[in-house]
Design a protein around this ligand. Structure first.
Ligand SMILES: Nc1nc2c(ncn2[C@@H]2O[C@H](COP(=O)(O)OP(=O)(O)OP(=O)(O)O)[C@@H](O)[C@H]2O)c(=O)[nH]1
Length: 440
């Protein structure tokens, strides 16, 4: 079976599914409207429950317990935690029962598969929409190239190389890709340039996964018993806070008890921004006053998360790249505190990068990887760039998996990365136009 056919079967909805999808979309929009109506009717006092210091009295004092060398003990940190159940949450979900999977006694074989397939298709649809800019530019240029060269030759590969480089795939990755393509085209005895498009899409997936055949690597390491701690790092403005908010929403809707830690105490407004997200998605935020020690915030957040049996704690941090030494010291200190409090943590250190910054994102990735062990990348604003090829450069040149991608500004626009769905997003028009009858 050809690769495009595989993608088509996996990701494209048949007309019946399409109707169902439309219906679901309408229902979701209705819900969103109701939600914004609720937001509009709330007064600030109503929407913001009284802040209380929920850290139990018997809890160790932060400064003593964090073992932090450079104390600023003069000022008592303002420890705030929203302990009152979220008013909005109660309004939206009066029964607020976590959506934990209920064991069904009757074994069901077909249904989970259908659910899984529908889920895959809806994820692919998001990639398709989110990658519109890249697809228009990338596959548009490939189509022009194919029209210009009817038969495969050296010049064809040279021009293809240029297209890949300008899509931010990265020079090293492009070289590797072109070598592989040339070999594959020879091996399959392909002469017609139209057939090369499919080989390109196949190779993009292969290059992404590399020798590591496990396509599970994009999954976040948070699905185990006990508290999972995820540390977010990255420079300001890349979409860190938005990503934390979106992920909190996603995890909460999966039935997880999520908390946030406002560890970016450096930038004015960062705490309020995270707090607003906490309120929006209905999760608690642990915060101190601006300028206080981030390690102390994270320490308090871990204690609060433990005492409330939280499943996941998402920790924001400041991203001062200007001074690498400070950045390293700060991150090292935060990590020390986490490791001491939960020896298996942090379960993920996610570096957030803005896809629209292209090669600059690559240099940020290098700097942060030197400062701390980054376990995965969150690539935001993929919808805002025509150069989505950066995904491959990051994976291939830095050997860090892209775990999540931001495909838009909506709370639901954060997706777990999937190289097949990504490639489908790049070649959707060709995949959809793929004709099995003509398949040889
Ligand atoms: N189009 C698009 N916009 C995004 C995406 N992710 C984040 N943004 C926008 O990017 C802008 C910056 O996001 P923030 O979350 O404030 O960035 P930040 O990294 O937290 O910034 P600091 O708080 O300064 O560290 C906001 O306007 C977000 O709505 C995405 O995937 N797509």
């Amino acid at each position: 079976m050809s690769f495009f056919k595989k993608l088509k079967d996996k990701f494209i909805l048949d007309p019946f599914e399409q109707d169902l999808k439309e219906l679901e979309k309408e229902q979701a929009e209705d819900l969103e409207e109701q939600h914004s109506d609720i937001e509009k009717t709330e007064t600030p006092e109503e929407s913001r429950p009284a802040e209380t210091d929920s850290i139990p009295d018997d809890q160790p004092v932060v400064e003593e317990e964090t073992g932090i060398e450079e104390e600023d003990t003069e000022e008592e940190p303002v420890k705030q935690l929203d302990t009152t159940p979220e008013t909005k949450e109660q309004l939206e979900e009066p029964e607020a029962a976590p959506a934990l999977p209920v064991e069904d006694e009757t074994p069901q074989v077909e249904e989970p598969e259908t659910d899984h397939s529908a889920r895959e298709k809806s994820i692919a649809a998001k990639f398709r929409i989110g990658l519109t800019k890249t697809r228009d530019s990338f596959s548009g240029r490939i189509n022009d190239l194919v029209a210009r060269y009817r038969t495969v030759d050296e010049d064809f590969f040279e021009d293809l190389e240029e297209i890949l480089i300008s899509a931010d795939v990265g020079v090293t990755t492009v070289m590797e890709m072109i070598d592989e393509l040339e070999m594959e085209v020879k091996r399959r005895n392909i002469k017609d340039t139209r057939q090369v498009r499919e080989v390109i899409s196949e190779k993009l997936v292969e290059i992404y996964y590399g020798d590591d055949d496990s396509e599970e690597m994009e999954e976040l390491n948070i699905n185990h018993d006990g508290l999972s701690i995820v540390l977010f790092v990255g420079v300001n403005g890349v979409g860190k806070t938005t990503t934390i908010g979106k992920l909190a929403h996603q995890l909460k809707s999966e039935g997880k008890n999520v908390m946030l830690a406002a560890g970016d105490t450096f930038r004015a407004g960062a705490i309020e921004q995270l707090d607003a997200w906490g309120e929006r998605v209905g999760v608690n935020v642990v915060k101190h006053s601006a300028g206080s020690d981030p390690a102390a915030v994270i320490f308090d957040a871990i204690q609060a998360a433990k005492s409330r049996n939280a499943d996941v704690l998402l920790c924001d941090t400041a991203g001062r790249l200007q001074n690498k030494v400070n950045l390293m010291n700060e991150l090292a200190k935060v990590k020390r505190v986490i490791e001491r409090e939960v020896p298996t943590a942090p379960h993920e250190v996610l570096l957030v990068l803005d896809a629209t910054t292209g090669q600059n994102a690559m240099s940020q990735a290098k700097t942060f990887s030197e400062a701390t062990a980054v376990s995965g990348i969150v690539l935001t604003k993929l919808d805002g760039t025509a150069k989505g090829g950066i995904v491959l450069a990051i994976r291939n040149e830095l050997e860090i998996p892209v775990k999540l991608v931001g495909l838009g500004e909506k709370v639901t626009d954060l997706q777990q990365f999937d190289a097949h769905a990504f490639v489908y997003g790049l070649f959707a028009d060709m995949v959809e136009a793929h004709d099995e009858e003509k398949e040889q």
